[in-house]
Design a protein around this ligand. Structure first.
Ligand SMILES: NC(=O)c1ccc[n+]([C@@H]2O[C@H](COP(=O)([O-])OP(=O)(O)OC[C@H]3O[C@@H](n4cnc5c(N)ncnc54)[C@H](O)[C@@H]3O)[C@@H](O)[C@H]2O)c1
Length: 328
C-alpha cells in the first residue's frame, strides 16, 4: 500500500474532492488546504479518514508547507468564467498570487525536502481554436480574466522552475463533469432547471464547443502525471469528445425524457470563446485513456444526485441544484 504524503489544495472543490477520494483509496496520506469558498463541497465522504488532514486556509496566505510532503497538487482556484467577468480581483489573488506563494514556499525549503508541484491548469490557456487541437508546446492566448489568470500562473511555474530549480508538472484538461460540481456550470445547471420544468438559458446561439471529460477520468490522468510523468513537462488531458453547449443541453434533455429544444438564448458574453480542443497524445502514450462518455454517464450522475438528496446526504451544491435552497 502507498503511504506517500501529498498536499492537495482546493480539495473541497469539484475535481479536488474526487481526486482526494481516489488518493485515499490508493493509500496516499492527504493534507487538504482549502479556503472554503462558495464552491467548496459540504458533503465529502473522507473528512474522518485516518489518512486525511484538513487545513482551512487561503493558498495566498499559507505561511509554510507541512513537512514530508512529496507532491503538491494545486487545484485551488476561482474557476467560473462568468464570475471572472463580473468580479476579477479574487481570480487574480487565488489563481496568480496563490500560485506565486506556493512556488515561493517550495523555494524556501532545502532542495532535498522540496515537493514537486503538480499544477492544475486548463485547456482555456491556449485560447480558442477554430480547427485543430493545441499541443503542449503551443503559445498561450487566454481570452477571459479566468483563463488569463490561469495562463499567468503557468508562466510563473515555468519561471520558478527554470530560475530556482522548482520541480513541476502541469496538467491542462478540458471541461469536466461528474458528481460534486457546483450548479453554476452548464451540465448541473441544465439538469437543475429541467427538474424545475424551466428552460435552460444559453449564451449567443449555443454553438460554442468544448471537450468534455468525466471527472474521475481526469483524476486518473493527474495520478498518472504524478506517478509516471516527467518534471518540467506539460500534459494535456482530453477525451476529444467535443460538443457544442447546445448539443450538451440537448443530450441532457434527451436522457431526461424532456423535449430537446427546452432552452432559450440570451446575449453572448463578452470575449466568448468559440472552441477549445487539445491534443492529448502525450498522456495517452503514458497509458491514459478515458473510460466514460457524457451520454453514458449522465443517467448515473442524475441518479446519484437524486439518491443522495432523498436520504438527506446531498451537498449544498446539489440541494441548490434540486431547487431545495436558494442560490446563484
Ligand atoms: N471544472 C473544470 O471543468 C475544469 C477544467 C479545466 C481545469 N480546471 C481547473 O481545475 C481546478 C479545480 O477546478 P474545480 O472545477 O474543481 O473548481 P471548484 O470551483 O469546484 O473548486 C475550487 C476549490 O478551491 C477552493 N479555493 C478557491 N480559492 C482558494 C484559495 N485561494 N485558497 C484555497 N482554496 C481555494 C474552493 O474553496 C473550492 O473548494 C481549477 O484550478 C480549475 O482552473 C477545471
Amino acid at each position: 500500500m502507498n503511504t506517500k504524503r501529498i498536499l492537495v489544495t482546493g480539495g473541497l472543490g469539484f475535481i479536488g474532492s474526487n481526486f482526494i477520494e481516489m488518493a485515499l483509496e490508493r493509500g496516499y496520506n492527504v493534507t487538504n488546504v482549502d479556503k472554503v469558498t462558495y464552491a467548496a463541497r459540504d458533503d465529502i465522504s473522507f473528512s474522518k479518514h485516518p489518512n486525511y488532514t484538513f487545513i482551512r486556509e487561503d493558498i495566498s496566505d499559507l505561511k509554510s508547507l507541512p513537512s514530508g510532503i512529496e507532491y503538491i497538487v494545486n487545484f485551488a482556484a476561482e474557476s467560473h468564467v462568468d464570475n471572472s467577468l463580473a468580479a476579477n480581483v479574487v481570480f487574480f489573488r487565488s489563481n496568480v498570487q496563490g500560485v506565486y506563494n506556493l512556488l515561493d514556499l517550495i523555494r524556501a525549503k532545502d532542495k532535498k525536502d522540496r515537493p514537486t508541484l503538480i499544477h492544475i491548469s486548463t485547456d482555456e490557456v491556449y485560447g480558442d481554436l477554430l480547427q485543430g487541437s493545441a499541443a503542449e508546446t503551443d503559445a498561450l492566448h487566454p481570452s477571459s480574466p479566468y483563463s488569463a489568470t490561469k495562463a499567468a500562473a503557468d508562466q510563473l511555474v515555468f519561471g520558478w522552475g527554470r530560475s530556482y530549480g522548482i520541480k513541476y508538472r502541469i496538467c491542462r484538461s478540458g471541461n469536466n463533469y461528474g458528481y460534486g460540481q457546483f450548479a453554476e456550470k452548464l451540465i448541473p445547471r441544465t439538469i437543475k432547471l429541467a427538474l424545475k420544468d424551466q428552460k435552460m438559458i444559453l449564451h449567443g446561439d449555443g454553438s460554442y464547443t468544448r471537450e468534455w471529460m468525466q471527472v474521475q477520468d481526469n483524476c486518473e490522468g493527474i495520478f498518472l502525471v504524478m506517478e509516471k510523468g516527467e518534471d518540467g513537462e506539460v500534459y494535456n488531458i482530453s477525451t476529444n469528445e467535443e460538443h457544442s453547449n447546445l448539443e450538451v443541453v440537448e443530450i441532457i434533455h434527451d436522457v431526461m425524457g424532456m423535449p430537446k429544444d427546452f432552452y432559450t438564448f440570451v446575449e453572448n458574453r463578452p470575449g466568448q470563446d468559440l472552441r477549445y480542443s487539445v491534443n492529448s497524445s502525450k498522456i495517452r502514450a503514458l497509458g491514459w485513456k478515458p473510460k466514460h462518455t457524457l451520454r453514458e454517464y449522465l443517467p448515473e450522475y442524475i441518479r446519484l444526485c437524486q439518491i443522495r438528496n432523498s436520504t438527506g446526504g446531498g451537498s449544498k451544491a446539489e440541494r441548490f441544484f434540486l431547487g431545495l435552497i436558494k442560490g446563484r
